[in-house]
Design a protein around this ligand. Structure first.
Ligand code: HMG
Length: 391
């Protein structure tokens, strides 16, 4: 095994929720000009979880097609990235491990650093596969973005889970060295343990994201990374899709290049199709952008993609991947579209009702109403335990 053995994303699948709220419905309720949502932030709708959905049910829905295609025998590690944790102690991935029937000879752990930890999981997975290329790592990024009702962040909610199988000789994306890294202690967005909704200084968070992009790009170039002109596309973390355009303009500016709108549209446009209708899925967002790019581009064979992962608080990483010849034969385009199109639209009253739901914390037995058509649902809370049910 040499360090130049290709390691990367062998398969990628995503899932989202049962329900969707169109931004037109939100705009009608709050009196906002729809242009602010559709153009200003670049969002058209947001995924809303049913009462019986959470990060585990979405994660199983995302990962089940991967284990069905590749089997489970080589998976010895599950890395579950989330900032919508359901337990302070037990990793959500342990439920997923059980529901997917993964081998007991596996390690499972949960990772957190806002939206960044999906990338931490991917990089740790690459290290594990480099140590033993016969092993595969299941990386899951699953999140529900929730802000207070009637707050500026409300229009940037959403939910999704991405599952990725990381292996040697991948069929989709080879992940390259080096990475550009950046960490700064900023209070731009956070969620204390006693809150179900995030706290955010929206405008500060945009500045913190741009600062982190700049820092991670600077480190990437200092580590000997590719020049900007090498990249044919960029997958940015997309808390709202307009953010990717702001970020790319910033990157071009710091590299002393013209920010030609047509050129920016060409390099980013295909990455935003899914996130503009799913909303912010935190850890999953940048990988949903990758799915969107691969599903919509004509042919990206051997092309370099730049990845910009940002997690508030804050940590960022800039890294590159190249697209593997033959990748089109391994995509899940029809299933991805189906996951989006099958969502049921909500009216505003029903959305508010779901937003206001909370998990009972009295230790009693509480069945959860059956709402989702997902392969797994949260069926009850029983003496503080989450009970999941396979369909
Ligand atoms: P806001 O302050 O209500 O909106 O909320 P605004 O007044 O800044 O307007 C937004 C844009 O719409 C502006 O464009 C307006 O001009 C435009 P910009 O100047 O930015 O280019 N606009 C219109 N355009 C067309 N027609 C109209 C119209 N009206 C206005 N009629 C804000 C916006 C993003 C602050 C808010 O939604 C928010 O707080 N969101 C949550 C925080 C967030 O997403 N931050 C992003 C960076 S931090 C990050 O990415 C990390 C995160 O994912 C968390 C994690 O890491 O875990 C959030």
């Amino acid at each position: 095994m040499t360090s130049d053995t290709a390691i990367g994303i062998h398969d990628l699948s995503f899932a989202t929720t049962e329900f969707v709220l169109e931004h037109t419905v939100l705009a009608e309720y709050d009196g906002t000009d729809i242009g602010k949502y559709h153009v200003g932030i670049g969002q058209r709708s947001m995924s809303v979880p049913a009462a019986d959905e959470d990060i585990v049910t979405m994660a199983v829905a995302a990962a089940a097609p991967i284990t069905a295609r590749h089997g489970v025998d080589q998976i010895r590690t599950v890395l579950f990235a989330t900032e919508t944790s359901i337990d302070q102690s037990k990793a959500a991935g342990v439920y997923v491990h059980s529901l997917l029937g993964l081998p007991s000879s596996a390690r499972v752990v949960e990772l957190k650093q806002a939206c960044y930890s999906g990338t931490a999981a991917l990089q740790l997975a690459i290290g594990l596969v480099r140590r033993d290329p016969s092993q595969r790592v299941l990386v899951i990024a699953s999140d529900i973005s929730k802000y207070d009702l009637d707050s500026p962040g409300e229009a940037t909610q959403g939910a999704a889970a991405v599952a990725m199988l990381v292996s040697a000789d991948p069929t989709l994306i080879r992940i390259e060295d080096p990475s550009g890294l950046y960490t700064a202690d900023v209070m731009d967005f956070w969620r204390p343990n006693y809150r179900t909704t995030a706290l955010v200084d929206g405008h500060q968070s945009i500045g913190a994201y741009l600062q982190a992009l700049e820092g991670s790009w600077k480190d990437y170039t200092e580590q000997g990374g590719r020049p900007l002109s090498d990249f044919s596309a960029f997958c940015y973390h997309q808390p709202f899709t307009k953010m990717a355009f702001k970020a790319h303009r910033h990157l071009l500016n710091i590299c002393g290049q013209d920010a030609d709108p047509a050129e920016i549209s060409r390099t980013l446009g295909l990455t935003t199709a899914y996130n503009s209708v799913l909303g912010n899925s935190y850890t999953a967002s940048m990988y949903v952008a990758l799915a969107s790019l691969l599903d919509h581009a004509d042919d990206l064979t051997d092309q370099a993609i730049g990845f910009v992962s940002y997690g508030s608080g804050s940590v960022a990483e800039f890294f590159a991947g190249t697209v593997v010849p033959g990748y089109q034969g391994h995509l899940r385009t029809a299933a991805n579209r189906e996951a989006i199109d099958r969502r049921q639209p909500l009216d505003h009253a029903r959305y508010r009702e779901l937003h206001g739901r909370s998990i009972p914390n009295d230790g009693g037995v509480h069945p959860v109403p059956r709402q989702t058509g997902a392969p797994v649902r949260l069926s009850a809370l029983d003496h503080h335990k989450r009970i999941y049910e396979l369909r």
